[in-house]
Unconditional design. Structure first.
Length: 465
């Protein structure tokens, strides 16, 4: 996956910390009750900046050809379209102009990065606003037919399969025909994560739009997972979600002795949102947070007021997937990153969970190059991303969807005063169970239910008591 990002895009991306991982001290900085970047005036300026970057004049191909020298310009402008989701023909045409480049040859790394962004923003807007961005359908079909990049083909196929608008969607027979064409064009499709998972999802009829109810897929006994230790004498945080990720997830915490932490008489818990702004699935970069095991190691200090907009004012908790560089020790008795086989990863799970494929997602995501997952807050206005109402439940609108990270609530009033923030609570709890360090494992798992409500502390307490 190409992960080229402009400096402006990197400053506001919600899946990557702008600093390298810091030593594992879980320092909680003093809370700033007033944040000038969160005032009503600052919020207006932030939106105005995006409006300027999405101005129609910036998409003039004669003035700004899609070349290396204009990479930052195009990344910033495409990001702004994703933020604002304008219902304008020029925005649709701007995406069409770049997405049609998926069939070009001899592209530079900068051009690949620009097309990556256009494909992801296009996926977001085509699936969430098909009545405006339905014109992208023909470009996605062309990508499936002729592009040599398996990831772009997978995004295009996924977008076409997810569309629910009758005017722009394909019927089941048409999707099956496209899927067969992809398999014929890529004989080794089963060896590519993006193609394999997209095709398997379509074939098993598990592709669900955010508006549809959860499928009641059987999972192993949750109690087995909650009582298990990936490694002895390590803290464990469990993040329990619904397959429909616009519903909040619930995090609970276990100390180094394997005992669940309590707050008063109840289990310690905190809500988190693990939804993707791009409406992408877990196997795509910037997609939903994968299920599975993460190494929790250290914090990234929130560096400055510029990064405040992306992360809020508190430190970010570093999470590492298998094969990711930067971790001191994914396994306590082995320095460096996890490089083992799938069987070695499965051995970190309780026996009843080892053959359950969804819990392997973090392994395969790391194998495919996903990285830089964090738990963090947000300094953005709750309505900054204008498409958020289509990927986040109205009840949870105060949380900000991300590009893969785990989002904690952090809100401010129009004067810039802090209203709510869960990162201090999270950092303090991890600091306590880690004896001054953030160190241990985080496990994400989807728990299907007929209910559209989050899993509750009461439900979890029944399984661990």
């Amino acid at each position: 996956m190409y992960q080229l990002m402009s400096s402006a895009l990197a400053a506001i991306a919600f899946f990557v910390a702008s600093t390298s991982p810091q030593p594992a001290k879980a320092q909680t900085p003093p809370i700033r009750s007033y944040q000038p970047k969160a005032t009503e005036t600052a919020r207006s300026a932030q939106i105005q900046e995006q409006i300027q970057k999405a101005d129609p004049s910036r998409f003039d191909l004669k003035k700004y050809p899609v070349t290396d020298s204009n990479a930052t310009h195009w990344q910033d402008s495409l990001w702004a379209i994703g933020v604002l989701a304008p219902e304008k023909d020029y925005a649709v045409q701007a995406l069409v102009n770049v997405v049609q480049m998926t069939t070009a040859t001899n592209l530079t790394n900068s051009q690949l990065g620009i097309i990556d962004t256009a494909m992801q923003v296009g996926m977001e807007l085509y699936t969430l606003k098909p009545e405006v961005y339905g014109k992208l359908k023909q470009n996605f079909l062309r990508t499936v037919d002729y592009s040599s990049d398996p990831q772009w083909v997978a995004i295009a196929l996924s977008a076409l399969a997810k569309s629910t608008d009758p005017a722009y969607s394909l019927n089941r027979a048409q999707i099956e025909k496209l899927t067969l064409k992809v398999q014929q064009r890529f004989p080794k499709w089963s060896q590519d994560l993006h193609l394999q998972t997209t095709i398997q999802t379509i074939q098993s009829d598990r592709l669900q739009s955010p508006q549809k109810s959860d499928k009641l897929t059987a999972i192993p006994k949750l109690a087995d997972l909650l009582k298990w230790q990936v490694s002895p004498q390590q803290a464990h945080m469990y993040v329990l979600c619904r397959p429909n990720r616009d519903v909040l997830c619930l995090a609970v915490l276990k100390d180094r002795n394997g005992k669940f932490v309590k707050q008063g008489k109840q289990l310690w818990s905190t809500p988190l949102l693990l939804q993707s702004l791009r409406n992408l699935d877990w196997y795509f970069t910037n997609g939903r947070t994968p299920q599975g095991i993460y190494r929790m190691e250290g914090v990234s200090l929130q560096p400055d007021d510029e990064a405040f907009h992306a992360y809020g004012q508190f430190s970010l908790v570093n999470l590492f997937v298998p094969f990711e560089d930067g971790v001191n020790a994914f396994l306590p008795n082995q320095k460096g990153k996890f490089t083992g086989s799938l069987q070695a990863y499965q051995a970190l799970l309780p026996p009843t969970w080892r053959s359950y494929q969804p819990i392997q997602q973090s392994y395969w995501a790391g194998n495919a190059g996903r990285s830089l997952f964090r738990i963090h807050g947000s300094g953005a206005a709750i309505d900054f991303f204008r498409n958020k109402d289509k990927v986040v439940n109205a009840k949870n609108f105060e949380w900000t969807a991300t590009l893969g990270c785990l989002s904690a609530i952090e809100t401010y009033d129009n004067r810039g005063s802090l209203l709510k923030a869960d990162m201090p609570k999270i950092l303090d709890a991890l600091n306590t169970v880690g004896n001054g360090k953030v160190e241990g494992y985080l496990i994400v798992v989807d728990v299907p239910s007929a209910s559209k409500e989050p899993i509750t502390v009461t439900e979890i307490a029944k399984l661990v008591n």
